[in-house]
Design a protein around this ligand. Sequence first.
Ligand SMILES: [Zn+2]
Length: 289
Amino acid sequence: MTESVNVVGRQEAGGSVEPLRLARRVVRACQALLPARSGGTMILGYHLVGAGTDLVIDIAAADFRRQMEELAETCEVVPLSEALVEPESGFSRDRPRVVLTFDDGYENQYAVGWPVLRELNLPCTLFVQVDLVTGKHPGAIRSGPHPELPPLTWEQMVEMAASGLVEIGCHTCTHPDLRRLPESELRHELVDSKRQLEDHLGRPVESFCYPRGLRSRRVEREVVRHYRSAVVRGGRAVWPGASPYRLQRVPIRRDMNGSLRSVVRSRLWLEEWLAAGVRRVLDPPIAAG
Ligand SMILES: [Zn+2]
């Protein structure tokens, strides 16, 4: 973790702990007293890894390695396709399930991220903006004073996909707001991108990522026609039985508080705790006698 990451419960200038941070500390303290949760999966959304920008979505290389080592040691890192699968009976409740995803398709994901993932044998999904790779359209990420970041190459993607650890998903051609597009352009963004990826990679492309998480029912209907799953904005865990076309993700930022494992566990714990409360209201236990 960076110094900025290890600041849970930091005293503010005035001496008082921020209410949200205090709440998080209470949740994490309670976690230790209650049984761990199971069945839910946290999908983590990364963008840049060691790209050398000052963007909050650019995780320094050393921090990324520490995060991946922590996940490998303490969590069950599974492919996106297993996010909604019921855990097997031998599943360890102390090891929350996590899915790794990376957006847009920048070269740093191969140069910096991939060696770590390969070494630790961690599966992930890369959502690629196709026109960024072909050079037809600039990437979604503007890095301010930094030069345009180089994209992944087809060769790099083929190599990663051939390992069996990396699934390549689709992130449109030009990274537009899909809600605003007429039918023909929408189909181009969803279908031509998929076809190009499949032609170059020689394997099916089945998962989709909405640019900036923006979707509508019309867009979703089209996505359902061409893909088997899609990730959206959100930040909540996903649970068996959820729609595979609305898989929420936790965006990973360099200023996140706490270790990744505690972030994962506290979110799963909160979700299960809230769900249990709702279940008690909807289906209260019958009193004896
Ligand atoms: Zn994107």
